[in-house]
Design a protein around this ligand. Structure first.
Ligand SMILES: [Zn+2]
Length: 346
């Protein structure tokens, strides 16, 4: 399967509210699929592939966690505000890109161990809050002042890379969802639905773009496509009743999360399709996390929703990782759904 598009998607910056560069890329892809596209007031991109069958929306969010410039210090150091859930312990010493009048590579400043004792009196193991950290662009203060404005977006400057089995990148949440959506729509032999592809905005700032976009479309079924937590790593102690995914076992289908109870007949239909095609999957019941399905389910008269996700290690960190086989199984599953959607509504 072609991971070049995923590479392009993860390497394109798109902090919540500033998704335009990702939108341009997805727009090209939707146009190549023959979709009629519109952009709504929230900036979500909606592609329509008219067809017979139920009105189906697939939704994946374009935005990624990141930062906005909140202050430019007189010496040229930059302060930022986080956008989305970011652990300050993974912020220090990272490479970042400040998207000013041009893209400016920089790094998050950190205190060298040589100075730690002198500065703090003893070892300080506490992470520096993101708002108290600073970005160093290595440029003269006047150059920073000319290039950067308060409100400019900042992303982790991690380019994606891959090997035979895995794909490593920032922003897999949710570029992998966009990749699944576009790849499944391209590979489907026929589309058994009146299909809308929604590339939503501002998910990481509180599921803000998907609700209006799904309301605008008014589908019978909405399927959110996501990267979800994989916690199959050493030393992680979770309570015994906490379910999350492991990699290598296929896509996650969640029946519940913090804000959603999936439509059970739809979930059963999806699992039946996967069983018949021997596509592996993992069923998760949890009361944490939320996706665009949460926002979409309760718009208008209500929508039947489901969420399929690719298990992703190290979510919301400067680099995460997916297993390629899980991503491929997710595409196969979504493709099957597109080819058989009317059987659900029959
Ligand atoms: Zn997400």
């Amino acid at each position: 399967m072609d991971f070049n598009l995923l590479q392009q998607l993860v390497d394109t910056p798109g902090v919540s509210g500033r998704e335009e560069r990702v939108r341009d890329l997805v727009h090209e892809q939707m146009t190549a699929l023959g979709a009629q596209t519109t952009v709504d007031a929230m900036g979500s991109l909606i592609g329509h592939l008219p067809g017979k069958g139920p009105k189906v929306a697939m939704v994946a969010h374009m935005d990624e966690i990141g930062f906005l410039v909140s202050k430019i210090e007189s010496q040229g150091f930059i302060r930022v505000m986080p956008v989305g859930g970011i652990d300050p312990r993974v912020f220090g010493a990272q490479k970042v890109m400040v998207h000013g009048r041009r893209d400016l590579p920089g790094m998050v400043g950190s205190v060298p161990p040589h100075l730690l004792k002198k500065a703090g009196g003893g070892e300080n193991k506490e992470a520096v809050p993101i708002e108290e950290s600073f970005i160093d662009l290595g440029l003269p203060a006047e150059e920073v002042a000319a290039q950067v404005r308060v409100g400019d977006p900042v992303t982790f400057a991690t380019a994606g890379w891959q090997n035979e089995h895995a794909f490593f990148a920032k922003a897999l949440d949710d570029r992998v969802g966009l990749w699944v959506m576009l790849t499944a729509a391209r590979q489907a032999r026929q589309i058994d639905a009146d299909l809308f592809l929604i590339a939503s905005t501002q998910e990481e700032y509180g599921l803000r773009g998907a609700g209006p976009a799904i309301f605008g479309v008014g589908p019978q079924i909405a399927l959110a496509l996501e990267g979800t937590v994989a916690s199959d790593t050493p030393g992680l102690k979770l309570p015994p009743n906490t379910m999350t995914t492991a990699q290598g076992k296929g896509a996650e289908i969640r029946l519940t999360d913090r804000g959603m109870i999936a439509d059970r007949p739809l979930a059963d239909f999806l699992m039946g399709l996967a069983d018949r095609a021997q596509i592996p999957y993992q069923v998760i019941v949890k009361n944490t996390g939320a996706t665009d399905a949460t926002a979409g389910q309760v718009t208008g008269p209500g929508v039947k929703v489901g969420t399929l996700s690719v298990p992703t290690r190290y979510l919301h960190a400067p680099v995460g990782m997916i297993r390629k086989s899980d991503a491929v199984h997710t595409v196969d599953w979504v493709r099957l759904f597109l080819e058989h959607a009317s059987e659900f509504m029959a």
